[in-house]
Design a binder for this molecule. Structure first.
Ligand SMILES: Cc1cc2nc3c(=O)[nH]c(=O)nc-3n(C[C@H](O)[C@H](O)[C@H](O)COP(=O)(O)OP(=O)(O)OC[C@H]3O[C@@H](n4cnc5c(N)ncnc54)[C@H](O)[C@@H]3O)c2cc1C
Length: 403
């Protein structure tokens, strides 16, 4: 069967590797002149690291091992602790803060020869109907026929628009400002993520080794903030110029949590990227005919849940296993979608409700929650419930064992 995949991000590359292994004829089209290997840190939960191992990716040197997330008040006092080491032990797969670039490089190295086609921007597709193939069009005029088309083309997916019309992800009013900064010391070589919260926003600091810290500030926009490039939705109150670092120092300069002042002093504007929080409308199915979506094209969520990459790998895993099974192709594709949609819903709900907006709780209440509630068990359940892989949950028509 000929499978055309649009977009060589994490989801597209994983699908190309697994579908080629299953014996399909695979073509992977990417608009850029090279696969993107830049970027910051990325949290890899046990489903993410487990699936990377399934893809034949060596985890050695991919990132730093994380043993806990410490939720701190802005004065540095502890509100709650999530033991990531227990979650990792439960699933026999580590929790890492990986380098996005290194993950991408290792996936590129696993792609079969001749599968990747660069500088190919997809402009749309035409469903064949009946047993006719789907026709995919590209900006240079090329047309390609396929038995199955997979839109792995990210949050502004052309494939999604071709299938369902204009329905862009909506802006939720917050953004994450993030970067990597040299901050040698005990924290950078440790294994605890610090998530510091207060009325002004949230600051998450991840030690990534080699004297570096990957940091992310989550905050609302208000008058005078810098406009996030590519923001969608209501951004009318935002200015288009200014210094992100000056803005962050003004907002968080009085916080006294450990390391925060040093971080604010060391940050430089050229290290800062911004990601406005957007979310897709939840669709009852992700495709039509033999065409479907995976990854951010199907379900972009704000980065606060730290699951986007792992969920893209989950989609690719379930879809490849299902297409390796027997039966009608359209039924297989719909089977994949339903198996994933019921797992992804929880992540979408968490992404809408967790984070900055839960912070206005009084500190005594948060401390009590941290002491009384089994927060590690809660997180473990969240990771497990959002994963088909950790539950070996595949549609009945899928190949249940590795082909
Ligand atoms: C600030 C930030 C922090 C994050 N932190 C985490 C985290 O800690 N943990 C985590 O798991 N996830 C995290 N994520 C999310 C994660 O990076 C994404 O969910 C993941 O990259 C989605 O992968 P994808 O393959 O679906 O899409 P992408 O990685 O976006 O890939 C899409 C690809 O399609 C290509 N493309 C687009 N349009 C076309 C076209 N028309 N024709 C051809 N090619 C096209 C693009 O060039 C790109 O290569 C974070 C994201 C952000 C922005």
């Amino acid at each position: 069967m000929k499978v055309v995949i649009i977009g060589a991000g994490f989801g597209g590359m994983a699908a190309a590797i697994w579908l080629s292994e299953a014996g399909h004829e695979v073509e992977l089209y990417e608009q850029a002149p090279a696969v993107r290997t830049s970027g910051n840190g990325v949290l890899l939960l046990p489903n993410g690291t487990g699936l990377l191992r399934e893809l034949g990716v060596d985890l050695t040197g991919l990132g730093a091992r994380m043993d806990s997330v410490d939720g701190l008040f802005r004065d540095g006092s502890l509100a709650l602790r999530v033991h990531l080491s227990r979650i990792a032990a439960r699933f026999d797969a580590p929790v890492l803060v990986g380098s996005r670039g290194r993950v991408a490089e290792r996936l590129v190295a696993r792609l079969p020869e001749g599968v990747l086609r660069l500088n190919m921007r997809c402009t749309g597709l035409e469903q064949g109907g009946g047993s006719n193939p789907v026709v995919v069009s590209f900006a240079d005029g090329t047309e390609v026929k396929a038995d199955v088309v997979i839109g792995a083309d990210g949050q502004r997916s052309v494939v999604r628009t071709s299938l369902f019309g204009e329905d862009p992800a909506v802006y939720l009013g917050d953004a994450t400002w993030h970067g990597i900064t040299d901050l040698p010391g005990d924290f950078a070589s440790g294994h605890a993520v610090h998530s510091v919260f207060g009325d002004e926003g949230i600051c998450v600091m991840h030690p990534v080794g080699e004297g570096k810290v990957y940091w992310a500030f989550e905050l609302p926009f208000s008058d005078g903030d810098v406009l996030p490039p590519g923001a969608v939705g209501d951004t009318r109150s935002l200015r288009e110029e200014g210094s992100a670092v000056t803005n962050l120092r003004a907002r968080f300069g009085h916080w006294t949590a450990p390391g925060l002042q040093r971080l604010l002093a060391a940050m430089r504007d050229e290290d800062v990227s911004v990601f406005p929080h957007i979310i897709h409308r939840e669709l009852p199915q992700w495709g039509k005919g033999p065409s479907t979506l995976i990854g951010d094209a199907a379900h972009v969520v704000p980065p606060r849940v730290g699951m986007g990459l792992s969920q893209a790998l989950e989609d690719a895993w379930v879809l490849s296993r299902t297409l390796a099974g027997s039966g009608d192709v359209e039924a297989q594709v719909r089977g994949y979608e339903q198996a994933r949609i019921r797992r992804v819903r929880g992540m979408q709900k968490a992404a809408r409700t967790l984070g900055r907006k839960t912070v206005p709780m009084p500190p005594w209440l948060l401390r009590r929650i941290g002491r009384l509630l089994p927060v590690t068990k809660f997180n473990l359940a969240q990771v497990k419930n959002s994963s088909n892989y950790l539950n070996n949950d595949l549609p009945a028509m899928a190949v249940q064992e590795r082909p």
